[in-house]
Design a protein around this ligand. Structure first.
Ligand code: APR
Length: 230
């Protein structure tokens, strides 16, 4: 029997229980930073060393934490379901938990890329990328992150994946950033959708939506029970 396809859209809340800050909640990462200074092409142009340091700190933090119960449950669910994760997160906790189908919509913290050829992407060993670190063509390397104002290269792939969902699960995202927040619009009306968040964000006009007002770990345990009994 073919496994049901569960498409997951995860956000910063997925990694909160691992100790990684979310962006917009209390104590959120953006509260302490000027987003445009550290996560935009303009910020990079103006002061690349500030941007490099911002991502070095995030990589250092991401290096020190580990996957939480939510990441582990999603990986375990692959035994019973065909799981495809679309994540807005740039950490690698889904992969480290054992999930095998992870699409990073906003880039990856532990990858860097050439500033003259976007196709030249490299795994970063360790957690530091510094001024003067160059690609094979001799240009400065930059974080392989989608900054504000930049195109989201994998968004059409994400829309296509959303259309294949038998079940759609939103975990730990404020649904505040587009085009990621519009992925749910590509899931067929009749498909059951679940949103797991201790503080369910305002979501309007989504058919067949079930709210699980819990953190990622507890909420996924609850979802597994719901799916087992349905
Ligand atoms: N479990 C699940 N969800 C949680 C938890 C938790 N333990 N703690 C907080 N949350 C929820 C919050 O209630 C909120 O709805 O996670 C969500 C985090 O929202 P944001 O901080 O806005 O993060 P996200 O939605 O991923 O941001 C989207 O914005 O800054 C850009 O590129 C960045 O990918 C990011 C995008």
């Amino acid at each position: 029997m073919t496994k049901k396809k569960i498409v997951v859209l995860s956000g910063a809340g997925m990694s909160a229980e691992s100790g990684i800050q979310t962006f917009r909640g209390a104590g959120g990462l953006w509260n302490g930073h000027d987003v445009m200074e550290v996560a935009s092409p303009e910020g990079w142009e103006a002061n690349p060393k500030v941007v490099l340091e911002f991502y070095n700190q995030r990589r250092k933090n991401a290096h020190e934490v580990k996957p939480n119960q939510g990441h582990l449950l999603l990986a375990e669910m692959e035994k019973d379901y065909d799981i495809q994760i679309i994540t807005q997160n740039v950490d690698n906790l889904h992969e480290r938990a054992g999930s095998s189908n992870v699409l990073h919509l906003h880039g990856e913290l532990f990858k860097v890329r050439s500033t003259v050829d976007d196709s030249l992407v490299y795994e970063l060993d360790g957690w530091e990328l510094n001024w003067g670190d160059k690609c094979e063509l001799g240009s400065q390397l930059r974080p392989n992150i989608v900054w504000f104002g930049e195109a989201v290269p994998l968004i059409s792939t994400a829309f296509t994946i959303a259309k294949t969902a038998d079940i759609f699960v939103i975990i730990g995202t404020s649904m505040a950033v587009y085009p990621a927040a519009s992925i749910v619009d590509y899931v067929a009306h009749q498909i059951p959708k679940y949103i797991i968040d201790p503080d369910i964000p305002p979501v309007y006009g989504i058919n067949n939506l079930h709210k699980i007002e819990m953190g990622a770990g507890e909420g996924l345990a609850e979802l597994i029970e719901i799916l087992r009994s349905s």
